[in-house]
Write a protein that binds this ligand. Sequence first.
Ligand code: NDP
Length: 284
Amino acid sequence: MRELNFKQQLTGVFGQPVAENPTQAMIEAAYRHHGLEWRYLTIEVAPKDLADAVRGFRAMGFAGGNLTIPHKVAAIEHLDGLTDATKKIEAVNCLFWRDGKLFGENTDGKGFVSSLREVADPAGKRVVILGAGGAARAIGVELALAGASEITIVNRDPQRGGELLKILTERTTARSRLVARQGDYRVPEGTDVVVNATSIGLFPDVEARVPLDVGTLTSNMVVADVIPNPPTTRFVRESRAKGCTVIDGLGMLVSQGVFGFKLWTGVEPEPHVMRQALEDVFAA
Ligand code: NDP
């Protein structure tokens, strides 16, 4: 007689709000593709319940997972350890087990760098990053660790921008500076990579304009947008029209998912299966 097993390996994401997070579609498509009896649950957790949720994660034997807004910093105190890059970034978005201990990793920046590598090597590049929030922080640190020579942070709030500048100057070797401003930023000649790491353009505010003079973009630049929904943002469209090499937010989303998937399952997933699942979700 066939042995029956109704117990699946559990993974998932904690966040609030979380209902619109598409990671489940991407990860479960890869589980199916690789024949893994695993689930990825989308779980709403309020900030006051985070400690209990992490205890539950341990008690119910979750094999790994993600954290999203607003838990990326607060979760750190509930974990047993952090990876080296995560100590610099001071935010975690991925939980995984190492020798029986629950570790925090930040796959946002690693995912970004890996999607960038498909079109350009970050080493020696001059980079402009719009934004100084969690995504910008992870991207800035990982680009610096990947050898970017110069990083300019452009942010509306000088205090938040200053915090990121401090992290980059004290913990990495990239030459970094801050431009704290409200109006349109003019991209200097000689810039290699421009990243929108703000939340501008995210659904439903899809026609919102990134504060940048697109007339200063040139065709030799790589332009990346972190916004996953919609994948083709106004900024992506305008940068393509200027002839730039463009990376959309799905590139980063898929690549960070690849890192998590490998940490949890030990299996190298097929990125195209994950990207297709997201494209199906956003096209529906
Ligand atoms: P945060 O809230 O931490 O930061 C938001 C940033 O956007 C801040 O720098 C903020 O500037 C800036 N910003 C927001 N609105 C405006 C505006 N109207 N004008 C100027 N600046 C503005 O968010 P996160 O960093 O966590 O996330 C940012 C985006 O990245 C989100 O849209 C998220 O969906 C996306 N993301 C994508 C991922 C992917 O895999 N593709 C992974 C992680 C995030 P200020 O400091 O001045 O307020």
